[in-house]
Design a protein. Structure first.
Length: 271
């Protein structure tokens, strides 16, 4: 059934770490498998300066790949002024479509919280100067994430909450702020009914899907250690059922949203 659907559907993976070591060595085949599965557009996410440079290289070599540039909260402790200047330079390239992934992660606390807040705020400033979207990672830090976003003065319509795992009340707040919300394979897990409830309330024009590859393999492929963009189809089909629509309609919707919000080679205005 899945193979038949990919003959006619066109999906977009809005967040996959193609420059990650588990995908980069095989990236040509990873991109080819995505195409074969009906995934026509890929946005390569980043978390370090080195990954941001590699992502831009991939985006320049592959017409169906675009990239982000940013320092993940896990890496904030090591991010100096020079690193932030490099992120800004990389983000100025035409193949770059957003600053990300950036934000706060208080679950692991791999970087001191003060450093996370400093680097997050600084990168929001970069996004404001360049007129870029921001792709936000938040874990066990939603209130502070929202506070920093509001303090930045950034238009909420310029914000994407990626790989959302937040409860429905937080999703409502993100939507009220004007942000888009993206869901990964986590939304397909048996024990994430709360997340599917949240996905059901996101307005049509703010909804995106992703793999977060090589992480978050969706059901029925959850046992596969290395996720990849081809598997975003499973996320889309599951959420189409949640939204009470067809996979065809859901593929058109989420791809149109990705093209518009990230300006993937086509003109478009924010909703």
């Amino acid at each position: 059934m899945m193979a038949a659907m990919t003959d006619t559907l066109e999906w977009t993976d809005t967040h996959c770490h193609l420059a990650h070591g588990r995908l980069h060595a095989d990236v040509q085949d990873v991109i080819a498998r995505a195409r074969a599965a009906g995934v026509a557009r890929l946005i390569c996410a980043t978390g370090t300066v080195a990954e941001s440079k590699a992502a831009l290289g991939l985006a320049r070599r592959h017409e169906n790949v675009w990239c982000l540039a940013g320092v993940h909260p896990h890496e904030a402790k090591d991010a100096g002024e020079g690193d932030l200047e490099t992120i800004e330079q990389l983000a100025g390239d035409t193949r770059n479509v957003a600053i990300g992934e950036i934000g706060l992660d208080y679950h692991y606390d791999f970087s001191p919280r003060a450093d996370q807040r400093r680097v997050f705020a600084a990168q929001l400033d970069v996004a404001a100067r360049l007129g870029k979207l921001v792709v936000v990672h938040t874990r066990e830090a939603f209130d502070e994430t929202m506070a920093i976003l509001r303090d930045s003065g950034l238009d909420g319509r310029r914000v994407v909450f990626h790989c959302c795992t937040e409860p429905i009340e937080h999703i409502r707040r993100a939507v009220d702020f004007g942000a888009a919300v993206s869901f990964s394979g986590i939304v397909t897990f048996k024990n994430t009914g709360f997340l599917r409830d949240g996905a059901a309330i996101v307005p049509d024009e703010r909804l995106l899907i992703e793999t977060d590859a090589p992480y978050c393999s969706p059901e029925p492929l959850r046992k596969i250690k290395t996720n990849e963009p081809a598997h975003v189809v499973h996320v889309g089909v599951r959420l189409a059922a949640v939204r009470k629509t067809t996979p065809e309609a859901f593929a058109r919707l989420t791809t149109a949203n990705a093209v518009r919000l990230f300006a993937l080679g086509e003109a478009g205005e924010l909703p």
